[in-house]
Design a protein around this ligand. Structure first.
Ligand code: MF3
Ligand code: CO
Ligand code: CO
Length: 262
């Protein structure tokens, strides 16, 4: 089933879940400094999500199919060459120059809000800064083409065109997704493609856009923990994610933070 919001209760539910997920990213900002471990970040987010916001952290014990190992933590922390699904650990201490994606998914009253952003630890290098900026621009360019009557290929094309014009590459193996009472619903939102192809976008659809952009080749591999996705060439990767709802003439960004305009 394609995630589609119909009733006012569903619209409100998705708006609330989106806003709460964004609040976690706003809260964690001041903690992202050299010396903190990704496990510390997970603990701070977990208690904020559960105790302060009264939400469920969707990643904790999440598994995407039979035989898959459940995800052991409440958030994903993906550092440097980690593309996505990094597992927080006491063994990973952040140092100046690192870049880290923090990916938050909360469940409130059954509805999911899913969002991630990149943080600089200390002072970023020139390439890291450019990759992080271009990847955020890719997300915004994808969001900007969303409206009823456009097609999913238009989103992918806008993202791929911008990334490749900067000589970066688009990860193919992971994508955005429909979202609502289900975490990963249809349709798949891929971050590459051709204009005017793919599923027609309709008012009320709710889905994520979450481009993963690599500084080197687009190829990735999964570590033996069965979750952590890294670049094959160990070059940097960045990701930004929003949950959006299609409106009559565009998109409402449900996970918008205070630092964002729209
Ligand atoms: N939040 C991720 C996404 O954007 C999914 C994480 S699943 C997990 O779809 F199990 F790794 F947490
Ligand atoms: Co997502
Ligand atoms: Co996410």
């Amino acid at each position: 089933m394609t995630a589609k919001v119909t009733t006012n209760i569903e619209i409100d539910g998705m708006r609330t879940a989106g806003r709460l997920a964004a609040e976690v990213l706003e809260m964690i900002e001041e903690h992202i400094i050299p010396g903190i471990t990704t496990e510390d970040i997970d603990k701070i987010c977990h208690s904020y999500i559960v105790e302060t916001l009264g939400c469920i952290p969707a990643p904790l014990n999440y598994s995407n199919g039979p035989g898959q190992i459940p995800f052991p933590k409440s958030i994903c922390t993906s550092v440097n060459h980690v593309v996505c699904h990094g597992i927080p650990t006491s063994k990973k201490t952040l140092k100046s120059g690192d870049i880290v994606n923090i990916d938050i998914t909360v469940i409130k009253n059954g509805f999911h809000g899913d969002t991630s952003k990149m943080f600089y630890v200390g002072t970023p290098g020139i390439l890291a800064k450019r990759l992080v900026r271009v990847t955020q621009e890719c997300l915004y360019k994808g969001i900007n083409v969303v409206k009823p009557g456009a097609r999913l290929g238009d989103i992918g094309h806008a993202i791929q065109k911008h990334a490749e014009a900067q000589r970066f590459s688009v990860v193919r193996e992971f994508c955005g997704h429909g979202i609502g009472t289900v975490f990963h619903d249809d349709p798949q939102i891929v971050h590459y493609g051709q204009p005017n192809t793919g599923l027609l976008i309709e008012e009320g659809m709710t889905f994520t856009i979450e481009p993963m952009i690599n500084a080197g080749s687009r190829n990735v591999k999964i570590l033996p923990d069965r979750w952590t996705v890294v670049t094959k060439d160990h070059k940097l990767s960045a990701q930004w994610e929003h949950t959006i709802m299609v409106t009559a003439d565009g998109a409402e960004v449900l996970t918008k933070r205070k630092d964002e305009g729209f």
